[in-house]
Design a protein around this ligand. Structure first.
Ligand code: AMP
Length: 480
């Protein structure tokens, strides 16, 4: 059965039979019309059925699952202060801290006129305040898998009364190696429960996971609104990789872009590009998985407020960012996984606004573009940066060879010896080597396993629960 067989969607929220406390919260939010996923999901979830939702962030799916969950749990809401009256009844699992934080923020807004309590737990921050919130009792729990299990281990919470499980961005959870954690968590839940799973893409692994978790689910699908949206202009500029940084600065200045999310495939690449843009007088910052949660939140906040014009991010760090109507994204690197292209351009043109998605493609990335075009079933427009003059220092020079040698020495290599993948890639991208990048990689001590894997070529993207040091220490070489 699909959602299409369910009662016809209502044009406003009052038709769903939602409690007045929820409608009042929606009024505060300024929501008047349900988005397509909400129109389909809310009645299905209220009916108690399991759901397999094909929808990505930006479609309004959070309210699509959160509102009916709140509605379902309302009869159990208690004004009592006793923790026993507030067991975890809905568990919402998220792949990243940012998404968890964002979803928790939304859930708290939607439930604010009810006595249902909500909280969020994710890694990278002190456990103590989370423990205190869990001990006080909370019905709606939003969590990343790793930190949730840490709390389970510390016996700060029981999952024995969970009635609804949400797996959000399930594809990303699998990509990040969370499957064993998910299985452990699911084993702790009551067998009889409602399951809601959302995924932007449907690999065989996702179908297998859905089969193992969902019970006779209703399929809810909304168009990947931005993947093929006519209101997103998608352009590819082919150019050598060593001209990319100057090209990004050029595109931002000449197009007068004021709020741009730029994607880099590597953590080290995000920092480097942001620094270069700052040197060019562009107000830029970087976020990636090794930055502390606090630093990421500060960077994100400044970007949302428009204080930072350009945010350079890895796929994992950018995943789920709720930045409404972002006018432009730039793919500094083409993503290794073609699905990530869809996620990336999904940042633009939300809520029907028009958007711009620019991709810079080096000759060695042509295969990646071919994969993307195959997936989205269209050929992207090729543009030419006719007014772009790569500066002298962008071209290969004896100085670059010097820098490369210095770099090799820093990594203890001989000339001609094969460089570690991260080193050869990153060095191929720039000429003027910043001392910072010749130092061994030092992971931020605050970074936690929830987000240990940044975008990586498929062959190296294996489950990890440890932050690897690039040099020494870890067996797994993590790319910058
Ligand atoms: P989501 O896909 O859940 O991350 O939601 C994307 C954005 O749309 C968030 O900023 C929500 O606050 C917003 N949103 C969700 N539902 C509605 C609605 N019915 N009307 C207007 N905005 C909405």
């Amino acid at each position: 059965m699909s959602a299409g067989d369910m009662p016809v969607a209502t044009p406003d929220f009052s038709g769903f039979g939602l409690d007045a406390a929820i409608l009042r919260a929606l009024d505060d939010q300024g929501y008047t019309t349900p988005t397509p996923i909400q129109a389909q999901a809310i009645p299905v979830v209220i009916s108690g059925r399991d759901v397999m939702g094909a929808a990505q962030t930006g479609t309004g799916k959070t309210a699509g699952f959160a509102l009916p969950i709140i509605q379902t749990l309302l009869p159990l809401a208690s004004g009592s202060a006793s923790p026993a009256r507030h067991p975890v009844r809905a568990l919402m699992l998220m792949p990243t801290r940012e998404l968890a934080d964002q979803v928790a923020d939304n859930v708290a807004r939607y439930a604010k006129y009810t006595s249902l309590r909500s909280t969020v737990v994710f890694g990278g921050v002190d456990m103590a305040p989370q423990t205190a919130a869990l001990r006080a009792g909370v019905e709606l729990l939003i969590a990343t898998p790793g930190r949730l299990l840490d709390h389970v281990q510390q016996k700060t919470l029981s999952l024995s009364q969970v009635q609804v499980l949400v797996l959000d961005e399930a594809d990303r959870m699998l990509d990040m190696g969370f499957l064993p954690d998910l299985q452990r968590i699911i084993n702790l839940l009551p067998k009889k429960r409602q399951n809601l799973m959302f995924s932007a893409t449907f690999s065989n692994e996702i179908k297998k996971l859905a089969q193992s978790i969902l019970n006779d689910p209703i399929l809810i699908e909304v168009a990947r609104r931005n993947a093929t949206a006519e209101n997103v202009q998608q352009i590819v500029y082919a150019l050598p990789s060593d001209q990319k940084r100057a090209a990004v600065a050029h595109i931002i200045s000449t197009r007068g872009l004021k709020q741009v999310l730029v994607f880099s495939n590597t953590k080290i690449g995000t920092g480097r590009l942001a620094r270069e843009l700052v040197k060019e007088g562009i107000n830029a910052d970087a976020i990636h998985g090794d930055k502390s949660q606090k630093d990421r939140m500060i960077a994100l906040d400044a970007f949302k407020k428009g204080e930072t014009e350009v945010l350079v991010a890895t796929d994992v760090a950018a995943r789920g960012l709720d930045i409404v109507e972002l006018p432009a994204v730039i793919n500094y690197d083409l993503p290794y996984a073609p699905e990530d292209y869809i996620h990336r351009i999904g940042r633009t043109a939300r809520a029907g606004a028009s958007g711009l998605a620019i991709s810079l493609m080096a000759p060695e990335e042509e295969r990646l573009l071919a994969d993307i075009e195959k997936l989205i079933k269209r050929t992207l427009e090729r543009g030419s940066l006719s007014d772009f003059q790569p500066r002298e220092r962008e071209r290969r020079s004896p100085r670059r060879d010097e820098s490369e040698r210095a770099g090799r020495e820093a990594y203890g290599q001989q000339a001609g010896q094969r460089a570690p993948r991260y080193a050869s890639r990153s060095r191929g991208h720039h000429e003027v080597v910043d001392e910072f990048f010749l130092k061994p990689y030092e992971p931020d001590v605050n970074a936690t396993p929830d987000e240990a894997t940044e975008s990586a070529p498929p062959s190296t993207s294996k489950p990890v629960r440890k932050i690897a040091a690039l040099l020494g220490g870890s067996k797994r070489v993590e790319r910058g």
